[in-house]
Design a protein around this ligand. Structure first.
Ligand SMILES: Cc1cc2nc3c(=O)[nH]c(=O)nc-3n(C[C@H](O)[C@H](O)[C@H](O)COP(=O)(O)OP(=O)(O)OC[C@H]3O[C@@H](n4cnc5c(N)ncnc54)[C@H](O)[C@@H]3O)c2cc1C
Length: 495
């Protein structure tokens, strides 16, 4: 799938492709460009930080393996797994420990299981849903109206928020108690502004094809068999794989494959401008924070969208403005480990999510030692708590000590853990999670049209067509394919 280098026209000098940003998107793009570009394309990757990987951050502390950012990727989208296979990491892929694949939800201050078969917005199984204490009878009745309601929805070509969709189909309780924490948790977003079409288009399609979301979900579950219908509740906790020694393995393996001298660390780009030079000269210039200038024939901008907006403002102000307008939420991950004998009732689930009306300090939690084998010694419990996001920015603003204190307060109240942790680790991700707000698809289509008018420029990253690692790999590789194709097609006579 990596593909042989593209055949090229003879040209007077090697073409330079610069990738800006060394997160997973930029690394996947650079790797693909080297695979495809052959000898005639010189690839350069510029990273502002002193370390690669962006929000991917793995750390070993004694026998603990800690993830400060993403800890897995979805197996249904093939690009990340395909990349791992291509670069020799297949034998390190590790599934989640599915015997305990269960999601909990905070309800009246207690952790209770999500109704069996509940899938993000609606139930696939009626009885567990009716018996669950997560919703009141009034809430369950409101959800049942979905079975009778006619098709509704936004006008053709319009967009609708996740909150509006769930409220009109399944009622406010399903929204507040289940959909917002499950889907909002993935995007650290506010369901009131989150675009359904850009995040969960499958549910719009269910309404279109089956009229009722519940009937549509049940038909889908029947089709994908009993396994899909039973016990697969949850958002970020099902169908994921990881790498045995952590997500940084992917970052290190990609970096190691790039030719020596490709990567320049601690090299922030300040702006990108077009050069009106004509002839065979490179048509782009990157201006670095240290005032150095680098000429480029093609550029993949793989930074977060607001950074891309700043970088491109001079070259194309309207494009810069659209990208700068993509709001990004900040979040923090607090990792804590405890001695198992100091945890009164060690959880047997992948994690939990928190509905807004519960008024808690964290938005979700994940039980790492349950999810994966060999991440923590057997006599310990390893947890990650997520704070901040679009709805709790005041938590992200706390200093590290206060964040750990509030995470420990939550664990004391929800799990009865009052012991001193064996370790604590706070990782912060300021403005890292793009918010796919209502109108996102149209905004991004506009940005991509404008970028397509700039020969030799491609945008890639988590702000465009999906936030997951697999989406980022797809986006980076597609941008690299487009740019290597562009460079190869461009004969010196055209340049
Ligand atoms: C806490 C958290 C948990 C997550 N969990 C999961 C998960 O379990 N599974 C999953 O699939 N996804 C998960 N995600 C989403 C996924 O990890 C991200 O969307 C993805 O890693 C983003 O990669 P990226 O390369 O596009 O951006 P980033 O990781 O943000 O990388 C951008 C890079 O650009 C660099 N840069 C910025 N400005 C400049 C500049 N001016 N010049 C040069 N370089 C610059 C930055 O330093 C950075 O290295 C999670 C995200 C977060 C924040």
């Amino acid at each position: 799938m990596g593909g042989a280098p593209l055949s090229r026209q003879p040209q007077s000098r090697p073409r330079r492709l610069v990738v800006v940003g060394g997160g997973i998107t930029g690394l996947a793009a650079a790797n693909r460009a080297v695979e495809r570009g052959g000898d005639g394309v010189e690839v350069v990757l510029l990273e502002s930080n002193a370390r690669l990987g962006g929000v991917i951050s793995t750390e070993r502390r004694g026998d603990f393996l800690l993830e400060g950012g993403p800890d897995s990727f979805i197996s249904e989208k093939p690009e990340a797994i395909a990349l791992c296979r291509r670069i020799g990491l297949e034998d390190q892929l590790l599934p989640t420990n599915d015997a305990n694949r269960r999601t909990l939800i905070v309800s009246d201050g207690k952790l209770i299981p999500l109704p069996d078969g509940f899938q993000l917005l609606g139930p696939t199984r009626i009885l567990p849903f009716l018996l669950s204490p997560v919703l009141s009878w009034r809430g369950k009745l409101a959800a049942a109206k979905d079975l009778l309601l006619p098709r509704g929805g936004p006008p053709p070509g319009g967009d609708e928020s996740l909150a509006s969709f769930v409220r009109r189909r399944l009622g406010n309780e399903v929204l507040e108690r289940l959909a917002q924490p499950l889907v909002g948790g993935i995007y650290t977003a506010d369901a009131e502004t989150l675009s359904l079409a850009s995040t969960m288009p499958r549910f719009l399609e269910l309404e279109r094809s089956h009229r009722s979301v519940i009937l549509g979900l049940r038909a889908q579950a029947r089709r994908s068999g009993a396994a899909a219908a039973a016990g697969t509740s949850g958002a970020r906790f099902g169908l994921f794989v990881t790498l045995r020694d952590g997500m940084a393995t992917l970052v290190d393996a990609l970096a190691a494959r790039l030719p020596a001298g490709t990567i320049r660390m601690e090299t922030p780009v300040r702006s990108i401008v077009r050069r009106d030079t004509g002839g065979d000269a490179a048509s782009w210039e990157l201006r670095l924070a240290n005032d150095e200038r680098i000429a480029a024939d093609a550029i993949v901008v793989a930074t977060p969208a607001p950074v891309a907006g700043r970088l491109l403002h001079e070259a194309e102000p309207a494009l810069g403005e659209i990208l700068s307008s993509v709001r990004c939420a900040s979040s923090a991950v607090v990792t804590l480990a405890f001695r198992r004998d100091q945890v009164p009732d060690p959880p047997r689930a992948f994690g939990f999510v928190v509905p807004g009306p519960e008024n808690r300090r964290v938005i979700a939690g994940s039980f790492t030692d349950v999810k994966y084998a060999s991440r923590a010694p057997a006599d310990t419990v390893l947890l990650r708590l997520f704070a901040g996001g679009a709805l709790k920015p005041e938590q992200f603003a706390l200093d590290d000590a206060a964040l750990v204190r509030s995470a420990r307060d939550e664990l004391a109240e929800l799990l009865g853990i009052v012991a001193e942790p064996l370790l604590s680790w706070v990782q912060r991700w300021p403005e890292s999670m793009p918010q796919y707000q209502v109108g996102h698809a149209a905004r991004i289509a506009d940005a991509e049209r404008r970028a397509a008018d700039l020969p030799g420029l491609a945008l890639a990253g988590n702000a465009y067509h999906g936030v997951g690692l697999a989406d980022c790999v797809r986006s980076g590789e597609a941008a690299a394919d487009a740019m290597t194709g562009f460079l190869v097609e461009r004969s010196p006579a055209d340049a």
